[in-house]
Write a protein that binds this ligand. Structure first.
Ligand code: NAP
Length: 264
């Protein structure tokens, strides 16, 4: 797609990756609908972007069906969109045995059900040709201790994206999937940041992810994983999962140690 003069709906706009993406898209001349739960943060972001008067904001909780209906109305009132970026997400770093049922449900609701329903609602407000881009995670390809329900949700999001892209192949709508690795945002607690450092897991800046998002939209790339060796591990895990299991087993005590710190 051509980003200049396009209308792009960005969900999860005020987070680390969302803000960097909003700036990169606005710099290239896109008109944005910025979405997350907090109106002040949305307005603050809007006012830092080039041509703030071109963008609109919408404060909704995407896990609420009522709020999702109002998103559809808002976008239709501001003209159809050329692209949707499903970027909102969160996780609870903890062993499944220590999670409350509502945290497990929330991981799946926010990271899988909500983006699926937003894609479904987009049929009424997305132009053809148009793009839906779902932001997944390396953890959608590699089951990792402490992230069971988040891994399940992101894995589901990848398969959903693939199925919908195939389902829509005659319509001009493309459905794309991007899997960032650890990224330096508020999504990760101090304990997770420290654990990643200790385990030698590399972390990207939000700008790196934003640049991949721009590239995927411009080139309509079906799916992309960011970073070595995560990209390779994602492939190895599909073919030889026991190799990845044995690497992760060596990290188990360290992961447990940082989870204990988080839960105290
Ligand atoms: N950071 C990483 O290490 C990493 C790695 C791989 C993948 N990802 C994925 O990248 C995406 C962006 O993450 P990030 O790192 O930028 O996280 P972040 O900084 O925590 O931002 C999350 C964004 O989602 C919004 N959000 C959360 N719950 C929402 C809800 N119920 N309704 C509407 N908006 C909601 C937040 O705004 P409000 O709180 O104001 O609603 C915020 O704008 C996520 O899908 C995440 O899973 C991140």
């Amino acid at each position: 797609m051509i980003i200049q003069d396009s209308h792009i709906v960005l969900i999860g706009a005020t987070g680390g990756i969302g803000q960097a993406t909003a700036l990169e898209l606005a710099r290239r001349g896109a008109r944005l609908t910025l979405v997350s739960r907090h109106l002040d943060a949305l307005n603050e972001l809007k006012n830092t972007l080039p041509n703030p008067e071109q963008h609109t904001v919408m404060a909704i909780d995407i896990t609420s069906k009522v709020d999702l209906a109002s998103l559809s109305e808002h976008i239709q009132a501001h003209g159809k969109a050329d692209a949707l970026i499903n970027n909102a997400g969160a996780n609870h770093f903890s062993m499944l045995s220590q999670k409350q049922a509502k945290e497990v449900e929330h991981d799946v609701q926010l990271n899988l059900i909500a983006p699926m329903l937003i894609c479904q609602s987009a049929f009424s407000w997305l132009n053809q040709p148009g793009i839906m881009l779902n932001i997944g995670s390396t953890f959608g390809s590699i089951g990792y201790p402490g992230y069971t329900s988040y891994c399940a949700a992101k894995a589901g999001l990848q398969r959903f994206t693939e199925a919908l892209d195939r389902e829509l192949h005659t319509t001009g709508i493309r459905v794309l999937y991007l899997a960032p690795r650890a990224t330096d945002t508020a999504l990760n607690s101090h304990a997770v940041i420290e654990m990643n450092q200790k385990l030698g897991n590399r972390t990207d800046s939000p700008l790196v992810v934003a640049e991949h998002i721009v590239m995927m939209l411009e080139q309509e790339i079906s799916a992309k994983w960011i970073g070595w060796p995560e990209k390779l591990f994602a492939r190895i895990n599909q073919i030889f999962p026991s190799i990845v299991s044995s690497a992760i087993r060596k990290q188990h005590a360290t992961i447990q140690n940082f989870i204990n710190r988080t839960s105290h």
